[in-house]
Ligand binder design. Structure first.
Ligand code: ZN
Length: 557
């Protein structure tokens, strides 16, 4: 504990001073940096740490991993920690060590001392880091259970009763907002509320995988889901049809989160899935998405072609939207008229006209695309091609001098070409309109704090050696620790398969061909298949063989 503490907080003080100075010197606005040196850095306090070139990520994970001791945490309640922007770290020889944003705040130190009945030794740390540590270390499950136990509903509950019982400060509302806070803390992208025979199961999706978070009494399902339906402007009286909606909520850390909701009746009652859309999410550069250098170069070349169609494919959650947004972002946003039709708009750009699909108002991908064509666009982004009508208009737009970017469901890059043919698009139209296709998946990255080599099953060894030509039986896996919420993984990156429609492939399409022939030709021309891209990332110690097999395995290989 000792060695860690000193160097850690000395850095933090240094950073804090540099922060205020750097802010003055460079007149940086919060949100984005104005200097050319570091592009698109979010100028949070940690962003500055990045710019002054201190090991910020490591820094943070050290705080998360080792600090604070549970017995220290118990001495100071969460509300007090938030009030003084302080977090107890450890008890050492009868002295409570506390990280605090303002170590000169005597009132805070006195309050902490009187609460803990101990002498307090303050250490300076940045306010943002402390808030993050508070969010991460104080668990709210007890509080959720407390609120849930206060939810009292008579056996015959009417919808009107629920409406009255679910005002903001009611236990139901409190419990829901705590559930959402917990999800945000755990870096979850989705929350699932699933009624089962005897309980309400609450699960989080973290880095693409579902994890059980808690079980609540089944009686809480109805009020909780009703509360969600009220917030999302759904018909609360209708329990028999699937519905969707959206609402915004402020988390305890005062971040604004947009939540897209879907409900669905099941045999045990309505279930709800909540997708958390983080407004603070930043657009990434193409180079940050995880493309191998040769695939990235190929994709960037394709993006420079002024008209034609570029498609991104993969299952839901494969990161297609992120790739589309990063692609738009590297186009000339001022010199070209860029219009999008999306479902939903997940990030708002400057200099791009974005529209959201709204079926109730008759605005679908197909009708939106037709309207866009009358607005003299240069570049069009169609969120997704789901049907023949949208596919047909998109292809026509690409053939009439527009650059069309879109996503489509297919297993791999070659599958996209065949999917278009399945949608009854003529082969000659596909071959002349399509510039290229990227198929992608998200894979979880090994947690750097608990990675260690382990022996893996034969099937993983064989899959690895098949793609890399290298025999190995040990690979890095995370054993699970606090910083990765015991999943062994932390953060995600993409794997990509980039298909360029070359003259040879065009000719093959016109003459009629099979998936296998197309794939063979594409690989001959340098396409790196998804699974090989993944195994190369295993080789680089970024991910594990099982993760690659889970995400990139396709039946016909
Ligand atoms: Zn870990």
């Amino acid at each position: 504990m000792g060695a860690l503490r000193l160097s850690h907080f000395e850095d933090a003080v240094l950073v804090h001073d540099q922060l205020s100075m750097t802010k003055k010197l460079l007149s940086i606005e919060k949100g984005q940096s104005k200097i050319g040196l570091v592009k698109k850095v979010n100028v949070t306090e940690r962003g500055i740490v990045k710019m002054v070139d201190l090991p910020s990520e490591k820094h943070r994970s050290r705080l998360r991993k080792h600090l604070p001791q549970p017995q220290a945490l118990q001495l100071i309640p969460e509300a007090m920690a938030r009030k003084y922007t302080a977090i107890p770290l450890a008890v050492h020889e009868g002295i409570l060590q506390v990280a605090i944003a303002n170590p000169a705040d005597i009132f805070a130190l006195e309050a902490l001392a009187s609460q803990s009945q101990m002498r307090v030794q303050p250490e300076a740390a940045s306010a943002e880091e402390i808030q993050e540590a508070i969010d991460f270390n104080y668990q709210s499950y007890e509080e959720i259970e407390k609120q849930v136990s206060n939810i009292s509903l008579p056996s015959e509950t009417t919808d009107e009763q629920v409406r009255l019982d679910t005002v903001t400060d009611a236990p139901v509302a409190q419990a829901l907002s705590l559930i959402i806070d917990e999800a945000v803390k755990a870096r979850a992208s989705d929350i699932h509320l699933q009624p089962e025979e005897d309980k309400l199961r609450v699960r989080h999706r973290i880095d693409g995988a579902l994890h059980d978070m808690l079980s609540l009494p089944l009686a809480t399902a109805f009020p909780l889901i009703s509360r969600i339906k009220i917030l999302a402007n759904m018909n609360i009286a209708d329990h028999h049809r699937p519905q969707d909606g959206q609402f915004s909520i402020k988390t305890k850390g005062h971040r604004s989160i947009d939540i897209r909701v879907g409900t669905m009746p099941t045999v045990y009652g309505e279930m709800a899935a909540l997708r958390l859309l983080d407004k603070s999410r930043a657009i990434m550069n193409l180079s940050e998405l995880g493309f191998l250098p040769e695939s990235l170069a190929k994709y960037e070349e394709m993006l420079k072609i002024p008209f034609g169609m570029l498609l991104i494919s993969g299952p839901t959650g494969a990161g297609k939207t992120t790739t589309l947004y990063s692609s738009l972002n590297c186009l000339d946003l001022t010199g070209r008229n860029i219009i999008t039709i999306e479902d939903p708009v997940e990030y708002r750009f400057c200099n791009i006209n974005q529209a959201q699909v709204n079926p109730r108002a008759g605005l679908t991908f197909a009708s939106g695309l037709r309207s866009i064509l009358r607005l003299d666009p240069d570049v069009i982004l169609v969120g997704e091609i789901r049907d023949a009508e949208t596919a047909e208009i998109a292809i026509q737009s690409a053939l009439t001098g527009h650059l069309v970017l879109s996503s489509i469901h297919a297993n791999d890059a070659v599958g996209v070409v065949l999917r278009l043919l399945d949608l009854d698009i003529e082969p000659f139209l596909v071959s002349s309109a399509l510039i290229g296709v990227v198929a992608q998946r998200m894979i979880r990255q090994i947690c750097p704090d608990c990675a260690r080599p382990v022996d893996v099953p034969f099937i993983e060894q064989r899959a690895y050696s098949k793609e890399t030509g290298e025999e190995r039986n040990q690979f890095l896996y995370g054993s699970g620790c606090k910083s990765c919420a015991h999943t062994g993984y932390q953060g995600r990156t993409g794997i990509f398969e980039t298909l360029y429609i070359s003259d040879e492939i065009r000719t093959m399409l016109l003459n009629g061909t099979t998936a296998t022939q197309l794939r063979t030709q594409a690989v001959k021309e340098g396409m790196i298949p998804l699974i090989r891209d993944g195994m190369l990332k295993v080789k680089a110690n970024i991910t594990t063989p099982s993760e690659v097999l889970r995400s990139a395995y396709s039946v016909d290989e």
